[in-house]
Design a protein around this ligand. Structure first.
Ligand SMILES: Cc1cc2nc3c(=O)[nH]c(=O)nc-3n(C[C@H](O)[C@H](O)[C@H](O)COP(=O)(O)O)c2cc1C
Length: 352
């Protein structure tokens, strides 16, 4: 399908619970693409602990409906579905059934995504961090499903949350810059653009802060950007006020790279559970919902990442894990989605 956004900004999916229907709907209302994170979306449901699969699907249905109601037919609404999460199939099917505009999927290679989106109006988009990953996905989708991505998101090394790079590359500063990966991905998609006779728009993410950054990457061939950290500091973001305030106060020396139980490096604040683990405290998981395919589960995990993310979104900072992008120190105050989007678009238009 030909994929186009009125405003070339995707609000990146943020789990757990940071980007749900309210944030996504408000971004779409401004003409961008709002993204609901599916991972443990039902954390607020009364039966989440006993019945978490049902609770998550119920919450997902409600958040999608809410987002579409807020958006009033403007922009687009997507879900962010991590490959590393169990019950991938159920969430994607539920979202497609609810008429979601796109499924954006990363934290692993989403090789089976077209199985659920092919022949539906829902666009399918992988998140990649290298030309090689883009190439593997496109080859597999072409061979097994006869489709190619409707668009691609590249997540560079400055992004928040889990990172698709080796820990040494992130810490040692040897990960390829976003400009380089964009060039690589644009080269890799060319044969598929030709074969399928249409564009495959590429959006870049990770450290994009203002309209000048948008213009920079769009001049290099990106169709637009995906941004997350700045959207945390909005009134409409679905996180607690405590989480938002802590992000606004964060300084650059508080940003750290954590080794997540998921098996990937992640960017977070040296705060809450991370700070306490650093001081030698231990947090053996007390119960396990088996939510992640890659987690060592139960007593083998140093802490339960889902629980830490849920504590954070609820505002229990001292027991929480606060994911953040590298540019968090530049976020100075809480604004509204409309003001942020207007500012970005006007800067971008002036500098393009
Ligand atoms: C709090 C937080 C949670 C995130 N959670 C997810 C997630 O669940 N899935 C995902 O694919 N990316 C996740 N990300 C990455 C964002 O979607 C986005 O691509 C990235 O942070 C962009 O960089 P920026 O924050 O510098 O704008 C998360 C980022 C943050 C800050």
């Amino acid at each position: 399908m030909d994929f186009k956004l009125d405003i070339p900004i995707i609000q990146g999916g943020m789990g757990i619970g940071i980007s749900l229907g309210r944030l996504a709907g408000n971004v779409a209302l401004c003409g961008g693409m709002g993204v609901i994170s599916t991972v443990n979306a039902g954390y607020m449901e009364n039966d989440f602990e006993e019945n978490h699969v049902e609770a998550n699907l119920r919450a997902l249905r409600r958040e999608i409906k809410k987002a579409f109601e807020i958006a009033k037919g403007k922009g687009k609404i997507a879900i962010n579905q991590m490959v590393a999460v169990n019950h991938y199939e159920e969430s994607v099917k539920e979202a497609v059934k609810a008429g979601i505009d796109a499924v954006i999927s990363g934290a692993g290679l989403p090789l089976e995504l077209p199985k659920y989106t092919k022949d539906t109006p829902t666009a399918a988009a992988p998140i990649v961090s290298s030309g090689k990953a883009a190439s593997v996905i496109m080859k597999s989708w072409d061979r097994h499903y006869g489709v190619t991505p409707d668009f691609i998101v590249i997540e560079g090394v400055k992004a928040g949350g889990h990172l698709g790079f080796a820990r040494e590359e992130v810490i040692g500063g040897t990960a390829k810059p976003l400009e380089y990966i964009l060039k690589e991905v644009l080269e890799k998609i060319e044969p598929y653009r030709q074969k399928y006779g249409r564009d495959i728009p590429v959006f870049v993410a990770g450290g994009i802060f203002d309209g000048n950054d948008m213009a920079h990457f769009m001049n290099l061939g990106a169709a637009g950007v995906q941004m997350a950290t700045r959207f945390i500091a909005t009134e409409e973001c679905d996180a607690s006020t405590e989480f938002k305030d802590r992000i606004v106060k964060a300084t650059s020396d508080e940003v750290t790279i954590v080794q997540s139980p998921v098996g990937l490096p992640g960017r977070a604040l040296n705060e809450g559970i991370i700070k306490r683990l650093g001081k030698g405290e231990t947090f053996p998981p007390v119960r396990c919902n088996d939510c992640l395919k890659t987690c060592p589960h139960g007593i083998k995990a140093p802490y339960c990442i889902s629980r830490a993310l849920i504590e954070a979104v609820k505002g229990n900072i001292s027991e929480g894990l606060l994911f953040t992008g590298e540019n968090v120190d530049r976020v100075k105050s809480i604004t509204t989605v409309k003001k942020l989007m207007d500012e970005l678009v006007s800067e971008w238009r002036k500098s393009k």
